[in-house]
Design a protein around this ligand. Structure first.
Ligand code: AMP
Length: 192
């Protein structure tokens, strides 16, 4: 069982790689973005509270996302957890460390997908176009305008985690601009 964090800006390919790891290694993807999008359509108080934040590209409170992750860490008997889009702040990173320790789990690697900013907005626009063409729901935050806010949030709040995990000697950097299959191969190498 290997527990990993996939770190990187929006559009870096975290979700795509997480899905592949679920299929190939029986890992469990914990995407706070997916959980929050599910919450907004569930008619709960929390869903209503977070909807506007999601649409604006801001960050939901640490308390909410830490609570979501805490609930999901109970499941066992799989290949490990992939934290996708969490943690996004230093406070969340500290909380994750505490949650894992309390449950007797370890963090085995933090994999940063390194990508060029210029490529990202193109990927986001393409993701929206592909979803539209496939008749799937299009994320409301996949527009160039909201993407800018999300990228700024990333640099302000999440990029400091690169130093945080580097100092803990957990960080592995992978070229996220490579072909999808090559990125998967590089991740597989890290996982052993
Ligand atoms: P994602 O699907 O990871 O791109 O997340 C979509 C949106 O959900 C983000 O733009 C945030 O508004 C919110 N979100 C997801 N994960 C977190 C998190 N760990 N902390 C705060 N907000 C989050």
């Amino acid at each position: 069982m290997k527990n990993i964090i996939l770190l990187g800006p929006p559009g870096a390919g975290k979700g795509t790689q997480a899905t592949r790891l679920v299929d190939s290694r029986d890992m469990v993807q914990l995407s706070t973005g997916d959980m929050l999008r599910a919450a907004r359509t569930s008619g709960t108080d929390m869903g209503r509270k977070v909807a506007a934040v999601l649409d604006a590209g801001g960050l939901v409170t640490d308390e909410i996302v830490i609570g979501l992750i805490d609930e999901k860490l109970a499941t066992s008997g799989h290949g490990g957890f992939i934290f996708d889009g969490f943690p996004r702040t230093l406070k969340q990173a500290d909380a994750l460390g505490e949650l894992l320790a309390r449950k007797g789990l370890t963090l085995d690697a933090v994999i940063e997908l390194v990508v060029d900013d210029e490529a990202l907005v193109g990927r986001i626009v393409k993701r929206a176009e592909d979803a539209r063409a496939a008749g799937q729901p299009v994320r409301r935050d996949d527009t160039p305008e909201v993407f800018e806010v999300r990228l700024r949030e990333y640099y302000k709040n999440t990029a400091p985690l690169i130093g945080y995990y580097w100092a803990k000697q957990s960080l592995v950097q992978i070229d996220g601009m490579a072909e999808m299959d090559d990125v998967s191969t590089a991740i597989a190498k890290v996982l052993g």
